[in-house]
Design a protein around this ligand. Sequence first.
Ligand SMILES: Nc1ncnc2c1ncn2[C@@H]1O[C@H](COP(=O)(O)OP(=O)(O)O)[C@@H](O)[C@H]1O
Ligand SMILES: O=C(O)C1=C[C@@H](OP(=O)(O)O)[C@@H](O)[C@H](O)C1
Ligand SMILES: [Mg+2]
Length: 172
Amino acid sequence: MNDKDLIFLIGYMGCGKTTLGKKLAARLGYAFIDLDHELEAKAGKTIAQYFADHGEDDFRQLESLVLKETAYPETAVVSTGGGLPCFFDHMDWMKQHGRVIYIKLNAGVLASRLENNKDDRPILRHKQGAELIAFIEEKLTEREPFYTRAHVIAEGVSLTAERVEGLLNADK
Ligand SMILES: Nc1ncnc2c1ncn2[C@@H]1O[C@H](COP(=O)(O)OP(=O)(O)O)[C@@H](O)[C@H]1O
Ligand SMILES: O=C(O)C1=C[C@@H](OP(=O)(O)O)[C@@H](O)[C@H](O)C1
Ligand SMILES: [Mg+2]
C-alpha cells in the first residue's frame, strides 16, 4: 500500500484536467499539483517556449523528470499533461504511486474547447476547424491504449468533482 493518496488526472488536451483537478482538490481538501506548471517553474519558461527552444523530445525527458521527482505531499490531486501517460513507463509509475483517472471526451468536444485555447499548446497551435478535429481523432487512436489503462474512466462531458469523488469511492 502507498502511504500517500495521490490522484492522477489524465486525458487529452482540453478534457479538463487542470480545471477539474483544482475543484476536486478543493472538495477533498487535498493539495493541487499541475505537472505542466511544475515543469514551467523548473524550466523557467512556458511550455510553448520550451517546445520552440528545445523541441518535443527534450520536453518529454523533462516531463518525465518532473513526474518522478516532484515532492508530492501526503494527499494531492495531480493534473498531468495530455501526452504524459503515453511516454516511457509513466502509466505503470502513476498506477504504482496512486489512483489514475482518465477523463474521456470525444474529438469534437475537445476541438470546440481548444479552438480558442491553443496558444499555450504548441502541438495544436496551427490547426483549426476540421483539420483540428481530424488531428485529435488520430491522436486519440494512438493515445487511448495508454489512457484506458487508468483505474477509473470518467465520461468528461459535464463531469463534476462530486461525480469523480463518487467514482473513486466506488473503485476502492
Ligand atoms: N466541464 C467543462 N465544461 C466546459 N468547458 C470546460 C470544462 N472544463 C474545462 N473547460 C474548458 O476547456 C479548456 C481546457 O480546460 P483545461 O482544464 O485547461 O484542460 P486540460 O488541463 O485537460 O488541458 C478551458 O478553456 C476550460 O475553461
Ligand atoms: O498532449 C500533449 O502532448 C500536451 C499537453 C499539454 O498539457 P494539457 O493536456 O494540460 O493541455 C502540455 O503538456 C503540452 O502542450 C503537450
Ligand atoms: Mg492542463
